[in-house]
Design a binder for this molecule. Structure first.
Ligand code: BZD
Length: 824
């Protein structure tokens, strides 16, 4: 039986490309630049999308399904053009149509800027979730910020990272729709007054505030092959023009200017920190800005066709992507009480039944806390509400624990209060103000329950649940790796595109020599594709026959890129001292952005580049190893990199990486994991089998045990392991830089001679030997071609669990309880 596919009118598309080139640019196809052609084609695709978008919204209005509002400061969407035509099932038609117009679809795709409204895993997860929600037919809004400048573009100059603004909107965004009619006002500052309303109730009002206009821009999120189109609604800030004149008239010129400044700053730029909170005032403004606009919208949308707001939670759920959107708890309370005259108890009932919180990290520096005075000054009414939530919660703690044997009530309050030490603790507000708290991998959720949030778990265990992350196979296999996607479809049919568990069927081919050869042949072609990219971008020639060992992710000490590069240095020494020793060639590929103010991370980038320079140009090495740092790692080049990886480096200090999702993307593309038992690696190994992964290092238990006891002394390892000593000494002996002191800070991070309890906080030296040994196992395994092919193939075959479709199904069944929208 032939499956139904979405209709797509190829001739209409062609005509509309020609028409758009003419009306947008007054040009013929021959005269148009590639960028202009891209714009023309993107607008033509948008035409096709809009029909589905309208159909979906109409069906939703009729069927009135429950909607999830996925609230996130970050959506790392990546390029839309290719993904959109894939999900419209029109990739081939568009490619052919463009060919007939003498345009290469790949060239066109490369014209699109890579929208980078996110830092890393958390933002990309949000994008994968939207893709899955549409594909599964659930109604969803992504709610976020339309940053004028997204994640900075990274240039490498003389080995150093240089940040360049990412002007992604320079040429406009053909896929977006500005929805002025849905603009909202958001208020900051001022003070709160009390009054009595007509019914004799005490009411609160914010006065003397500054106001900005929040204008939404809608982006379509297309489901695969089902015609469902959801909306990513990102907010931009604009000054309220008429107010400016009024206040000028009133002589309040100062305020008018301030308002205008506020509006122009609010959405200017994404904070480029991953797993770290800088605590800047503007960041809190950004948070409240998009949350207030989104909450107001959700409530108003509901009120359009319902009359009892007390049942809001039956039709809406807010998923808070980490603590960044947590002011939603207080904002919903405010709207219900101040705008709809709810009592506290009624508002609280609705709010807690609506809000849910996902925790993405246990790193202390990522825990969001705001100074009370800042919070109160910026959001006076919201603060008042948080204060009352806290008062009632502390009361609840006291009622529950006072008089219980062996329980220190004050200690409980200290660890759980929302307001404590003059700080507003956003995670605590999110836990108390919602009904669901989830971690993002089994191990991570366990650590939350047993350690980080232990007191909360003991008090309210029913709120806690795990949702192991996932990724969309549509972008990361179907789009990123067309050769492998086609091969999989030939072997097992195309059901995997919407049901990744079907990958399991590939296991039947694990020992099939022909299948193994085909699989490795595809990997080789993808390695050639990446080698070409590297030659073009780095000027370095790498051998696609060498093992491609890949570590691409944000640069952070806990992710231990430093461990990787130290191991490379060791390998370099080994080859130099034993030139005739048999060694299988390896290409170490890095890609990572460091937060602009994170000096250790930036210096690590410099070290990787300096080591690359020395090794790649050393004739003694004869190309046995090469080191490549790929500039400006982002979603678009990630797709090329994942497809070409043999080895997936997932080497965080056990217990620190909440889940990881790059690990899943590489597994999907047949890379073998070299990792610690951290985050979702644990589940990956569980699925693929220990014999098909390379695991090393301390366990999370062991790490936490050391941490409890004040760490360990890395000096002991330095003194007893000559390999370690040699590698570390090379950091400060001028091998990698003329200035011997350049890398001293990294050396000192590992060997803090003044305070050993501050040394090597990420257990790099402790895991060094075990890591070397795992690297050796990899090189041995790779030389057994059959064994490697089987392992690689089994990784692809075992990745079924790691689809974001599965994660979303679990959210729907266990937390959100959404209904599907049916399209005729
Ligand atoms: O979230 C990441 C975790 O580090 C990963 O382990 C996990 O897989 C993903 C998805 O759950 N966390 C982040 O990406 N965090 C941030 O980017 C971030 C950004 C701003 C402030 C704090 C954290």
């Amino acid at each position: 039986m032939k499956k139904k596919t979405l209709p797509f009118d190829k001739d209409l598309f062609k005509r509309s490309v020609l028409y758009n080139v003419k009306t947008l640019y007054r040009k013929t196809m021959e005269e148009a630049t590639p960028q202009e052609m891209y714009q023309a084609a993107a607008y033509a695709i948008k035409d096709a999308i809009v029909d589905h978008w309208m159909t979906t919204q109409k069906a939703a209005a009729e069927q009135d399904p429950k909607i999830v509002y996925y609230m996130s400061m970050e959506f790392l969407m990546g390029r839309a053009f290719g993904n959109n035509i894939i999900n419209l099932q029109a990739y081939k038609a568009v490619k052919d149509a463009l060919e007939e117009l003498d345009i290469d679809v790949n060239v066109l795709e490369d014209q699109e800027p890579d929208p980078a409204l996110g830092n890393g895993g958390l933002g990309r997860l949000a994008a994968c979730f939207l893709d899955s929600l549409s594909t599964l037919g659930y109604m969803a809004y992504g709610c976020g910020i339309r940053y004028k400048y997204g994640m900075f573009r990274q240039k490498i100059q003389d080995g150093y990272q240089v940040e360049v603004p990412d002007a992604w909107l320079e040429n406009g965004n053909p896929f977006e729709l500005r929805r002025n009619e849905y603009a909202k006002e958001v208020k900051f500052g001022g003070y709160v007054t009390m009054y009595t309303d007509d019914m004799g109730r005490t009411m609160f009002k914010q006065e003397g505030y500054q106001v900005v206009k929040a204008v939404p821009y809608d982006l379509p999120v297309i489901g695969y092959g089902n015609g469902v189109v959801n909306t990513l609604r990102i907010w931009d800030a604009e000054p309220i023009q008429c107010f400016q004149l009024d206040s000028f008239d009133k002589g309040d010129y100062q305020k008018a200017v301030e308002q205008e400044n506020l509006a122009s700053q609010l959405c200017e730029v994404l904070y480029p920190n991953d797993n770290h909170i800088a605590g800047k005032e503007l960041r809190l403004k950004q948070q409240y800005f998009f949350i207030s606009a989104s909450v107001q919208t959700a409530v108003q949308k509901y009120m359009q066709n319902h009359d009892d707001l007390r049942k809001f939670y039956e039709k809406a759920v807010f998923q808070l992507n980490d603590t960044h959107p947590t002011v939603a708890v207080a904002e919903l309370m405010r709207v219900l009480m101040d705008d709809y005259q709810f009592s506290w108890d009624d508002a609280w009932d609705v709010t807690t039944k609506t809000c849910c919180y996902t925790n993405h990290t246990i790193m202390a520096e990522a825990l969001e806390k705001w100074p009370v005075d800042l919070f109160q000054r910026l959001l006076p009414r919201i603060y008042q509400i948080v204060d009352e939530i806290n008062r009632r919660f502390v009361d609840q703690i006291m009622r529950k624990y006072t008089g219980s044997a062996g329980i220190d009530v004050q200690a409980k309050i200290r660890s759980m209060a929302i307001l404590y030490d003059n700080q507003v603790k956003m995670a605590h507000l999110a836990i108390v103000g919602g009904h669901s708290v989830n971690g993002v991998a089994k191990l991570h959720t366990e650590i939350l329950e047993k350690r980080e949030l232990k007191d909360f778990y003991e008090m309210m265990p029913e709120k806690f649940n795990n949702k192991t992350n996932g990724i969309t196979q549509r972008r990361f296999l179907l789009h990123a790796n067309p050769l492998l996607a086609e091969w999989v479809t030939n072997k097992i049919g195309d059901g995997w595109i919407t049901d990744l568990s079907q990958m399991d069927k590939l296991k039947a081919f694990a020992n099939d020599k022909k299948a193994q050869n085909e699989f490795m042949e595809i990997k080789f072609k993808n390695k050639e594709r990446l080698a070409k990219y590297i030659l073009e971008h780095n000027g370095v020639k790498v051998d696609p026959k060498s093992i491609f060992d890949v570590q691409v992710k944000r640069l952070h000490e806990y992710k231990r890129q430093l461990l990787n590069i130290l191991q490379v240095i060791h390998k370099y020494n080994d080859i130099k001292t034993h030139p005739s020793k048999d060694f299988y060639p390896k290409t170490y590929i890095f890609g990572a952005k460091a937060a602009a103010g994170y000096l250790t991370a930036k210096l690590t980038i410099k070290l990787i580049n300096s080591v690359a320079d020395v090794i790649n140009n050393d004739p003694d090495i004869g190309g046995k190893i090469k080191v490549v740092f790929i500039e400006d790692y982002r979603v678009s080049n990630a797709e090329l990199i994942f497809a070409a990886a043999d080895v997936s480096e997932q080497i965080s200090t056990a217990s620190k990486e909440a889940s990881g999702t790059g690990n899943m993307k590489m597994m999907l593309n047949g890379a073998v994991t070299l990792g610690t038992l951290d985050g979702a690696n644990v589940e990956i190994v569980n699925e693929v089998g220990e014999e098909n992964a390379f695991i090393f290092g301390l366990t999370s238990q062991e790490v936490m045990e050391y941490e409890k006891n004040g760490g360990y002394n890395p000096m002991d390892i330095y003194n007893s392991d000559p390999n370690v000593k040699k590698v570390l000494d090379m950091l400060v002996d001028g091998t990698f830089s003329e200035d011997k002191e350049l890398f001293r800070p990294l050396y000192n991070c590992l060997l803090n001679t003044i305070n050993s309890s501050k040394a090597d906080q990420y257990f790099i030296l402790k895991d060094f030997e075990s890591y070397l040994e795992a690297q050796k196992r990899i090189s041995d395994a790779y030389q057994d071609k059959k064994r490697w092919a089987k392992m690689a193939l089994l990784n692809t075959a075992s990745c079924g669990k790691f689809s974001s479709d599965r994660t979303i199904k679990e959210y729907v069944d266990e937390v959100w309880h959404l209904d599907k929208v049916e399209l005729q």
